[in-house]
Design a protein around this ligand. Structure first.
Ligand code: ATP
Length: 356
């Protein structure tokens, strides 16, 4: 039914952005391959929206270059760039029907009437809104309005689709449903897509690659699995998923000291003066019956979270609180209760280490 769009390659080279004295983006280098879905993820103020707006030409970079395919777009105004954009706030024309909203961009580029008609039909089918075609935005739910915005952005078959927090205004159920739809639509069309989000679950679920940003710099670029399993910095480790941090002192080789114990690490130690931060995911700590493990602790609290129990443990011989995720069957076997004793091991292959 639908032609596959030729997704563009996007290359960002040494992009900086200053707002007065404030540096919002520092030396951003990133290549996005044709057909990829890349998420910019990071805390509020890290610069992700500014970078998206620079790609769209809605904001001017203070330095650096942007290429879309072979074209240098660094200085081109938005109307001369080949992209569709969807905002968090839908931004539909309230006085136009769904059909007219979708057709708007096609009319403005002078597409013949018959062709517009068939393209709009195609898009309505693509986003599942055939039976809403004559309604006005106010007569649609938030999820339906965002589908219209998506169809409008995709109408001219752009090489690049830019999504600025497109799901943030929707309730949890609709958001989850729509993220699956956007993902499969994007793959079906092959349109290169950049999405801004501050929701890590959304980024991990949707992206081919995640760009984790902090304070105007890229901290790590990688697949969702890379980012979760091999965080490149303590910031990434703490921002994505839950993580326990443990201070340690480096000894010789790959040995560190935690409290009065020595641990051998599998990963090489970062070259740094002073303290090394060890990090371990709550699901990677092994809980054992009292008396069986290397570390002893007392259960401080148990949070039942459905699929697992988040167990808060205070270690006995060093001042350290850990969270450990335990599946409910193991919890029963281990007889976990608040105030009870447990033992645990910190498997060395699950320990990440960062310069403090
Ligand atoms: P959020 O998730 O809150 O939207 P963000 O990561 O998208 O955050 P940006 O909107 O890109 O962050 O802003 C990055 C930084 O640049 C922030 O500190 C912001 O205050 C600043 N900033 C953004 N736009 C301007 C502007 N027009 N003038 C001055 N400072 C700005």
């Amino acid at each position: 039914m639908n032609q596959k769009t030729q997704g563009s390659r996007l290359e960002i080279q040494g992009v900086n952005k200053l707002f007065g004295d404030f540096c919002a983006l520092k030396d951003i280098n990133l290549t996005i391959e044709p057909g990829e879905l890349v998420c910019f993820l990071g805390p509020s103020g890290c610069g992700k929206t500014t970078l998206l707006r620079i790609i769209a030409g809605l904001e001017h970079q203070s330095g650096g270059l942007l290429h879309q395919g072979e074209t240098d777009i660094s200085l081109k105004p938005p109307r001369e760039r080949d992209f569709g954009i969807v905002f968090q706030s839908y931004a539909l024309f309230p006085n136009m029907t769904v059909i007219d909203n979708i057709a708007y961009g096609l009319r403005s580029i002078g597409m013949p009437k018959a062709q517009i008609h068939s393209r709009v039909d195609e898009l309505l089918a693509l986003v599942g809104l055939e039976d809403q075609a004559s309604k006005y935005p106010a007569q649609l739910s938030g999820g339906q309005q965002q589908r219209v915005a998506l169809a409008r952005a995709l109408a001219p078959s752009p090489g690049l689709l830019l999504l600025d927090e497109p799901l943030s205004a929707l309730d949890a159920k609709v958001r989850q449903h729509l993220r699956g739809e956007i993902r499969s639509l994007q793959k079906q069309l092959g349109v290169t897509t950049v999405m801004v989000t501050h929701d890590q679950e959304e980024a991990l679920a949707m992206a081919d690659r995640v760009v984790v940003m902090n304070n105007g710099v890229i901290e790590q670029v990688g697949t969702p699995l890379d980012i979760y399993q091999q965080p490149a910095s303590a910031f990434v480790a703490s921002f994505i998923g839950a993580m326990n941090f443990i201070d340690s002192a480096p000894l010789n080789g790959q040995r560190v000291k935690v409290g009065n114990r020595e641990l051998d690490l599998v990963r090489p130690l970062p070259r740094a003066e002073g303290c090394i931060q060890l990090a371990i995911r709550p699901e990677d700590v092994h809980l054992l019956p009292s008396g069986d493990g290397e570390w002893e602790g007392e259960v401080q609290a148990l949070d039942y979270l459905g699929a697992f129990i988040r167990t808060h443990i205070r270690l006995s011989d060093i001042e350290l609180d850990l969270v450990v995720d335990v599946d409910p069957r193991s919890a029963r076997r281990l007889d976990l209760r608040v105030g009870g004793c447990v033992c645990l091991n910190l498997p060395s292959d699950a320990l990440h280490c960062f310069a403090a």
